[in-house]
Design a protein around this ligand. Structure first.
Ligand SMILES: Nc1ncnc2c1ncn2[C@@H]1O[C@H](COP(=O)(O)OP(=O)(O)OP(=O)(O)O)[C@@H](O)[C@H]1O
Length: 533
């Protein structure tokens, strides 16, 4: 007789109760596996209650809501719930016995692909005592040397998964290598999470030479996501023209696009310029692009923006201090006590607070020790100090996209920080923090994960309490893009009732002022950190 486990008991308990997800159209076995895998997910968030049924209708969906409200998680559930697709045999016209890829989920970077993979893996493992092989359900295709072609492509041909998750560049590589492997136009759905980062568009306003050049540039170099979309949907406008007798015979996959930031020019591209979206597209929209709540009653699942505090710290040879415009913080009873140094003062030597590096990283360390650092050392010291005083478990540091993550890791480790480049397929680099239960886990060695703004979009690390941002200044020329970047980077904290701090580290008051202006546009102001002057 087999021993019963906690998971078995939980599955039995759940089988006798109905799930609010079932009311949205989620099949009971999936709802049951969801509750076993994610016991904290008791019911849908407000946006999921709209989004899941919308995706399940099969119509096109455009979705916009704040960061951290469950958009990606809801998309994953809807895609898992879809009926498995079988392509028709091109010669006989009969449905193939072997199932095909049902949905293609395009994401802007590899770590988001791995995050989805981990979520799905957890649900698959909870689905039964003998779960199906993971590769039947989901596969990830990211550029990793040529591995996506030498290993990913043969696996995809042999075992087409229900959901294929990939970056646009890797999917385009695959389609060029073997145009028949994926049969893009026959898929059931194509989903773009964080679409604005994958499909580049330029502002429609203004006819300055710089703006004209930006628009021309996009035309000449459309980028992989645009190429894939044109490939699949390029003829849609022509076929869906009113009065076209063949309109119904023309199948294209459902198109779903989602982000917290959807600017007007992107919508124009989708609806007016290209006609990629169908005319009966469902628009799912929550609160949009700001940190100030529009309506307090609606804040229940809108990531509780008040719980993110924003800080601007000026680091210079004269010392580290709060920006002069920063205001005193008004304490609320939910606020975390600060600083947290006492939780960290367990008598640990600095070395014990470091998790080891792998061989490649060690080799890099040796090289870096011979070269001067490109980073402002005052700024790094400010990060190191705030990390030591205030971070209980995990923090994130974003550095400008043209800087070296490896070098930042090296420099911060030299300052005693347990720093790692973020890589959600590696344990110390983030994977182990992906599925943890959230705040309160102070036992693990505190870790600072380092990444560029582009590679943190959509990432959800439940224990994350702090985001440090270095190098806001280079983004100045493109104010709207900078604002969107800030929204996505800052949105890694303050998710699902958790609090969090966003600390922009700048090197002079002028830069601090610029950040202050940007915060004003978001409806918030910088508050002082108690442990800096
Ligand atoms: N219904 C739910 N109940 C409780 N927690 C949930 C629910 N749905 C999602 N979550 C959790 O909320 C977190 C954020 O979800 P998700 O990443 O989907 O947000 P998002 O809106 O896509 O954010 P972003 O715009 O930053 O990508 C995840 O940790 C997820 O496990």
């Amino acid at each position: 007789m087999s021993r019963s486990t906690d998971t078995d008991t939980r599955r039995e308990e759940i089988s006798s109760t109905s799930s609010p997800f079932v009311d949205l159209g989620v099949r009971p076995p999936l709802a049951k596996a969801l509750h076993v895998a994610f016991p904290n997910v008791k019911g849908p968030t407000r946006i999921q209650a709209d989004l899941i049924p919308a995706v399940l209708t099969g119509k096109d969906v455009i979705l916009q809501d704040d960061t951290g409200v469950g958009k990606s998680f809801g998309l994953m559930l809807a895609l898992l719930n879809k009926t498995r697709l079988h392509f028709k045999n091109a010669e006989t016209g009969q449905l193939n016995l072997k199932p095909s890829v049902t949905s293609l989920l395009l994401v802007p970077h590899r770590d988001l692909a791995f995050q989805f993979l981990h979520w799905i893996q957890r649900i698959v493992n909870a689905s039964s005592d003998r779960p199906p092989p993971l590769e039947d359900v989901v596969q990830v295709l990211v550029r990793d040397g040529k591995k996506h072609l030498t290993e990913g492509l043969p696996l995809l041909r042999e075992t087409p998964p229900h959901i294929l998750i990939g970056t646009p560049a890797s999917v385009l590589d695959l389609c060029r290598e073997d145009p028949h492997a994926l049969r893009l136009e026959e898929l059931s759905s194509v989903v773009l999470d964080d679409v604005d980062f994958m499909v580049e568009t330029a502002s429609l306003e203004g006819h300055t030479p710089a703006k004209r050049k930006a628009r021309k540039n996009i035309e000449l170099h459309p980028g992989p996501a645009r190429s894939i979309l044109t490939n699949i949907y390029g003829e849609r406008r022509q076929w869906s023209a009113p009065g076209n007798p063949d309109e119904d015979a023309f199948h294209t996959p459902q198109l779903v696009a989602c982000s917290a930031t959807l600017r007007r020019h992107l919508k124009y591209y989708f609806f007016n310029e290209t006609g990629l979206f169908n005319k009966d597209t469902v628009k799912v929209r929550g609160s949009v692009m700001g940190f100030a709540p529009a309506n307090i009653k609606e804040m229940e699942d809108v990531a509780l923006r008040q719980r993110i505090s924003h800080h601007v710290v000026v680091a210079s040879p004269e010392g580290i201090k709060n920006a002069s415009a920063a205001v005193e913080r008004v304490e609320t009873k939910e606020d975390d006590p600060e600083p947290r140094a006492e939780e960290r003062e367990q008598g640990n030597a600095a070395e014990e607070l470091m998790t080891p590096l792998d061989d490649a990283q060690m080799e890099r360390e040796r090289k870096f020790s011979m070269l001067p650092s490109p980073f402002n050392q005052d700024a790094l010291e400010a990060v190191a100090m705030a990390f030591a005083l205030d971070v209980p478990s995990v923090a994130l540091l974003t550095i400008p996209s043209d800087s070296s993550v490896h070098r930042a890791v090296y420099d911060l480790r030299a300052l005693g920080v347990n720093a790692h480049g973020m890589n959600l397929s590696g344990e110390d680099q983030g994977k182990s923090h992906l599925l943890h239960g959230g705040a309160g886990n102070y036992k693990a060695t505190p870790t600072l994960l380092i990444a560029t703004p582009a590679t943190v979009r959509g990432i959800d690390l439940p224990e994350l309490s702090h985001v440090f941002i270095l190098g806001v200044r280079p983004l100045q020329e493109r104010a709207t893009a900078s604002l969107d970047t800030y929204i996505h980077v800052a949105g890694r904290v303050g998710r699902f009732m958790r609090s969090g701090k966003v600390v922009s580290v700048v090197t002079d008051e002028q830069e601090a002022e610029w950040v202050g202006t940007m915060l004003k546009r978001l409806g918030v102001e910088a508050t002082r950190l108690g442990y800096f002057k």
